[in-house]
Design a binder for this molecule. Structure first.
Ligand code: ATR
Length: 291
């Protein structure tokens, strides 16, 4: 059990704007306490135009490592000394580790997603056909990880077609054996089209505030047997997941990804993997009341 902060306590944290609602301090401090590790994890709200000075400050204060959240996941890249291959491919960093005076950027979101798909949906990407909704930063990280994990095909459906075209042309050179295609979001209203996918994953913010994809309904899912994953976790059940569940199809929200990316980041910082399920239980306890 933690005996309090001392002169030896190592500091971890999260930078973002805002960070007030972040659940990361809770789960990382719970892991440090459970493992008896002398670390403390604190929130650092950073104004959007102060990223460079904040990172320089953290560097000089000797921080052990830190999480990076919206809106800094891409903007932090030029301020770091090195990137992991995953971060390079994802074009985004969600965890930074201090290594022998250097700040090294990692992306654990992608592997966290793959881990959560396995744990929460018993889904293995190798050889699978995936429909991805969205073509922003979260989609890029997911596509990188699913490509590395051996997906057979990924179709990117997005509101703005030029963004999905740009995303697939970026990855075409990286994954020559992965079949990549784009489509409009209204693919969600076509039962025939949806039948061909093993996994349908939402990487957009649609679903926060209870919003839904236009045209997506129970009648889109007749005969299909896809699994459904929504990166959104508040509310715990988005209309996207509710529709899938009402048709008896497996569906999971992004809480497992949040926990899994955290476990991987914690292991990078401390060298110790948190006890299985600890972070997720922590998140579930605190999000129980989310509508
Ligand atoms: P993130 O880093 O979370 O992925 P982002 O890079 O801003 O954030 O990307 C947001 C994604 O959600 C985009 O695919 C966006 O679609 P557009 O490219 O058309 O903007 C998608 N998105 C956001 N709001 C949406 C909405 N109301 N309907 C459909 N797609 C939406």
């Amino acid at each position: 059990m933690r005996m309090g902060v001392t002169g030896r306590t190592r500091v971890l944290g999260i930078i973002g704007s805002p960070v007030r609602h972040s659940l990361s301090p809770l789960m990382h401090n719970a892991a440090a306490e459970a493992l008896g590790l002398d670390y403390i994890y604190v929130p650092f709200p950073v104004p959007s135009d102060q990223l460079a000075s904040a990172v320089a400050g953290l560097r000089h204060l000797g921080i052990a490592g830190f999480s990076v959240t919206i809106p800094f996941k891409s903007g932090i890249i030029p301020l770091l000394d090195r990137l992991s291959p995953e971060a390079e491919m994802a074009g985004a960093v969600n965890a930074v580790n201090a290594e022998e005076g250097q700040l090294v950027g990692y992306n654990t979101d992608g592997l966290g997603l793959v881990k959560s798909l396995a744990e929460d949906l018993h889904f293995v990407p190798a050889g699978s056909r995936i429909l991805m909704l969205g073509a922003g930063g979260a989609a890029r990280g997911a596509l990188a990880a699913l490509g590395v994990a051996g997906a057979e095909s990924i179709t990117v459906a997005n509101r703005t077609m030029s963004s999905s075209e740009a995303l697939i042309s970026f990855f075409a050179g990286i994954f020559p054996h992965l079949q990549l295609a784009t489509g409009p979001l209204d693919i969600l209203s076509s039962g025939e089209s949806l039948k061909q996918f093993d996994l349908i994953i939402n990487t957009t913010s649609v679903g926060m505030n209870g919003t839904s994809f236009a045209g997506f309904s129970r009648s889109s899912l007749t005969g299909g047997n896809a699994r459904f994953y929504d990166m959104v976790y508040a509310p715990a059940e988005t209309p996207f997941l509710a529709i899938a569940r009402s048709c008896g199809l497996p569906a999971a929200n992004g809480l497992g990804m949040l926990a899994a990316q955290g476990e991987l980041a914690f292991a990078i910082w401390t060298g110790v993997t948190p006890p299985s399920g600890l972070m997720k239980d922590c998140l579930m306890a605190v999000t129980k009341g989310y509508a």
